[in-house]
Design a binder for this molecule. Structure first.
Ligand SMILES: NC(=O)C1=CN([C@@H]2O[C@H](COP(=O)(O)OP(=O)(O)OC[C@H]3O[C@@H](n4cnc5c(N)ncnc54)[C@H](O)[C@@H]3O)[C@@H](O)[C@H]2O)C=CC1
Ligand SMILES: CC(C)CC(=O)C(=O)O
Ligand SMILES: [Mg+2]
Length: 373
């Protein structure tokens, strides 16, 4: 029997407000086809919440997200709130959510299907078949370390951020990466800056210890500066990449270019909690930001957010067939040249809504031919 699922919906700012409603439409189609009940509760976060409430995330909304079975998030930020001295910033909403929900592992799969080969600016033979997952530590590192502040002294402006990790924070995320690798090609690349940073030397030491718990796994260590090169030079040589918060943030925007657009990369953020009903709550979001340069035009690529909804079905709800049906529909749309402006090569660029319509149509078509529902 189908369960009911409570999904907190947080579009946020800029194109977040355009792509999240499209992913919700896809989830409604899935509910219709498979007979699930998805209850959506929408909340303001980021700049929209600063404007409405004076804070990027209200305590009561964080509490609702904690109670939800999953959170679907768009993006935060934009020029309107870009004041270097501001005490509240839209992006804090996302940091508070990740920390508050204890979601320490951010999974960013990068899979180049044949249907994406036209979109990638790289040579097809280089990217064809790329299938890697970046496991980014999400609740520690330089985005959270204290002190993080600015001050003035002797007529000079100063600022400091702190890169701190405990061994347990490193151990749990490296274990997550190894667990994922066990069901894949059993290779883990740990990325750090151990030639300079103490926190990275601890990272490498703990990662090496964790690898000993997984004798079947081959673990390699690569310095982050060289990694930016290797990921473009030989992307197919990677299976699971595990790294600290900021390195993972940067490497995955770079890795987006293997597929051709940042508008194609989804993410799932998970922690250790599993609810009594078997649901593993998570936060699902595209890896991109609020894209102020295209916001309000109806041209943003909704695919990353739609694929994030698929990850929600897979990781939080265990609905594998439903997740796959979304992924297959996306793949079919791309292979038939259906594309938004960021990836279109020949032919007409579809709007955000038109792209979603195509994906939804393929989901319905596929359900008739494969499941008979
Ligand atoms: N998760 C989040 O909420 C994030 C928020 N941000 C915030 O977003 C704002 C803009 O940051 P940027 O550095 O410009 O990064 P961005 O990811 O928003 O945009 C980078 C470039 O990619 C394009 N792009 C992004 N998503 C796209 C999509 N779905 N379809 C088509 N093109 C897309 C944009 O038009 C832009 O040219 C800033 O305020 C930043 O702090 C940035 C990254 C993550
Ligand atoms: C806090 C976010 C704005 C950081 C980011 O760029 C991301 O998580 O991808
Ligand atoms: Mg980022």
């Amino acid at each position: 029997m189908s369960k009911a699922y409570n999904i907190a919906v947080l579009p946020g700012d800029g194109i977040g407000q355009e792509v999240v409603p499209e992913a919700v439409r896809v989830l409604k189609a899935i509910a219709d086809i498979y007979g699930h009940s998805f209850q959506f509760e929408e909340m303001l976060v980021g700049g929209a919440a600063i404007d409405a409430y004076g804070t990027p995330l209200r305590d009561e909304d964080l509490e609702k997200c904690k109670q939800a079975d999953a959170v679907l998030f768009g993006a935060n930020g934009g020029p309107k709130w870009d004041n270097p001295k501001a005490e509240v910033r839209p992006e804090q909403a996302l940091l508070w959510l990740r920390k508050g929900l204890e979601l320490f592992a951010n999974l960013r799969p990068v899979k180049v299907t044949d249907s994406m080969l036209d979109a990638s600016p790289l040579k097809p033979e280089l990217v064809k078949g790329v299938d890697l997952v970046v496991v980014r530590e999400l609740t520690g590192g330089i985005y959270f370390g204290q002190p993080s502040k600015r001050w003035e002294e002797n007529g000079q402006r100063h600022a400091v951020d702190t890169l701190y990790y405990s061994e347990e924070e490193i151990r749990r995320v490296v274990r997550t990466a190894c667990d994922i690798a066990m069901s894949r090609r059993k290779k883990v690349t740990s990325v750090d800056k151990a030639n300079v940073l103490s926190s990275s030397r601890l990272w490498r030491e703990v990662a090496t210890e964790v690898a000993q718990e997984y004798p079947e796994i081959e673990m390699e260590h690569i310095l982050v500066d060289a990694m930016t090169m290797h990921i473009m030079r030989a992307p197919k040589s990677f299976d699971v990449i595990v790294t600290e918060n900021m390195f993972g943030d940067i490497l995955t925007d770079e890795a987006a270019m293997l597929t051709g657009s940042i508008g194609l990369l989804p993410s799932a953020s998970l922690g250790a909690r599993v609810k009594e009903n078997g649901i593993r709550p998570g936060l699902y979001e595209p890896i991109h930001g609020s894209a102020p340069d295209i916001a309000g035009k109806g041209i943003a690529n909704p695919t990353a957010t739609i694929l994030s909804a698929a990850l929600m079905l897979r990781y939080s709800f265990g609905l594998e067939n439903e997740a796959s049906s979304i992924e297959q529909a996306v793949s079919k749309a791309l292979s038939e040249g259906k594309a938004t402006a960021d990836i279109v090569r020949d032919g007409k660029a579809l709007s955000t809504r038109e792209m979603t319509d195509v994906i939804i149509n393929y989901i319905y078509e596929n359900s008739k031919s494969t499941t008979g529902v």
